[in-house]
Write a protein that binds this ligand. Structure first.
Ligand code: PMP
Length: 389
């Protein structure tokens, strides 16, 4: 018998109700039934972004949502400021360059969060910057960037602040309207507990005005077209055939998140991340993202002389647990445990226990049980009972 488990920062496991919603009979997207479903989803997703503004639902992975933001919110001759320091910050810069924009890179050392003052300095130096491109959870390094502080700076300038919240929406605290973020992108396969395949893009009023004035080429990804359909009365619809099955699933997942309560969801992720860090340190390993850690993913340095691919392979083959290796220049140096989405205390304890067994078997000098005990103690001291984790 083989039971597989995913402990990756996306795609994540699905709650049974979300999985079941994936086998509902197909409906037609121009039917009243679909439009009511879509209307419900478009309303329920707003509190997850903490916005009252429209949220577009695109048939795309997260990267498609990022590209669509640049396509719609800037013109080819515009200047963009990309906060790098990891694979996904770098992705913003690459998309901008591929689309012919002038990209200024704010290089942040990997494993560190950006200092917001640096954005103020660069915006003063390049006052014609159209977009500042940031990342809430830099999933490759596990760092959470100070989005609230950056938004405070950018909102006082003509530039728009676009945030990649792909791995962290529904996991990390994020308050689009209150913080004055202009556009935020999420993917369904992480905190939103669904399969991959939809990109959600929330747009501030400023962003909605800006996109009307940007005349660069676009068709399938046109936000103007999508917004026009979204704002149809009495129910919204989509310009193109939507991923109907995923929209059924998203409705179920949003119900679950709203039932748990967004604040509790954020607290649960903090709790799981804290216990994962405690467990890893308890077994004597070094946490890479010790400073400004995101609650989405714990990034761990591979023990001396051991490549992360070996740890990943053994956990998978011997315990059925999928973790992920590092990305980019950290590929073999670190491995990553995701604790995002449909994840609870037992998942974390089980992963720490299996990791200890794998490392001991690989002759890494650890004492079995120390990591598990540290996670257990963390949970006991955090008294999470009221979270119903
Ligand atoms: N940004 C971040 C922060 C991510 O974690 C990911 C996926 N790991 C992406 C962008 C890309 O999303 P997708 O793979 O759905 O295109």
């Amino acid at each position: 018998m083989r039971k597989s488990r995913i402990m990756a920062p996306g795609p994540t496991e699905l709650p049974p109700a979300v999985q079941a919603a994936g086998s509902l009979p197909m409906i037609h997207h121009r039917s009243l039934e679909f439009r009511q479903l879509f209307g419900d989803v478009c309303e329920k997703v707003k509190p997850i972004f903490q916005t009252t503004q429209p949220v577009l639902v695109l048939n795309a992975g997260g990267t498609g949502g990022m590209e669509a933001c640049i396509t719609n919110l800037s013109d080819p001759e515009d200047t963009l400021l990309a906060i790098t320091g990891g694979v996904f910050g770098e992705r913003w810069a690459k998309i901008g360059e591929q689309l012919g924009r002038k990209v200024i890179r704010l290089e942040v050392p990997w494993g560190e969060a950006v200092q917001p003052e640096r954005i103020a300095e660069l915006l003063a130096k390049f006052p014609h910057t159209t977009l500042v491109l940031g990342t809430l959870c830099e999933t490759s390094t596990g760092i959470e960037h100070p989005i609230k502080e950056i938004a405070k700076i950018v909102s006082q300038t003509p530039a728009l602040f676009v945030v990649d919240a792909i791995s962290s929406l529904g996991a990390s605290e994020f308050k689009m309207d209150e913080w004055r973020v202009d556009a935020a992108v999420a993917g369904t396969q992480k905190g939103l507990m669904c399969p991959p395949g939809l990109a959600l893009v929330a747009l501030s009023e400023r962003a909605q005005i800006t996109l009307k004035n940007k005349r660069g080429p676009k068709f399938y990804w046109s936000f103007e077209t999508a917004l026009h359909h979204l704002l149809s009365e009495p129910y919204p619809d989509t310009p193109w055939t939507p991923n109907i099955t995923l929209i059924f699933q998203l409705q179920k997942a949003l119900d679950l998140l709203l039932e748990e309560g967004l604040e509790n969801v954020w607290k649960r992720h903090q709790l799981l991340a804290g216990a994962a860090r405690a467990g890893v340190k308890g077994m004597g390993l070094i946490v890479y993202n010790e400073r400004s850690p995101s609650p989405v993913v714990t990034v761990i340095q591979s023990p001396e002389g051991l490549e992360s691919s070996v740890i990943k392979k053994n956990l998978q083959n011997e315990w059925g647990i999928t973790l992920v290796m590092g990305q980019g220049k950290l590929k073999q140096e670190v491995f990553r445990i995701g604790h995002v989405g449909y994840c609870d205390r037992t998942d974390v304890l089980m992963t720490i226990a299996a990791l200890e067994a794998v490392l001991a078997d690989l002759q890494v000098p650890i004492i079995l049980g120390r990591g598990v005990a540290a996670s257990q103690e963390f949970f006991i001291n955090a008294k999470p009972r009221e979270l119903h984790v």
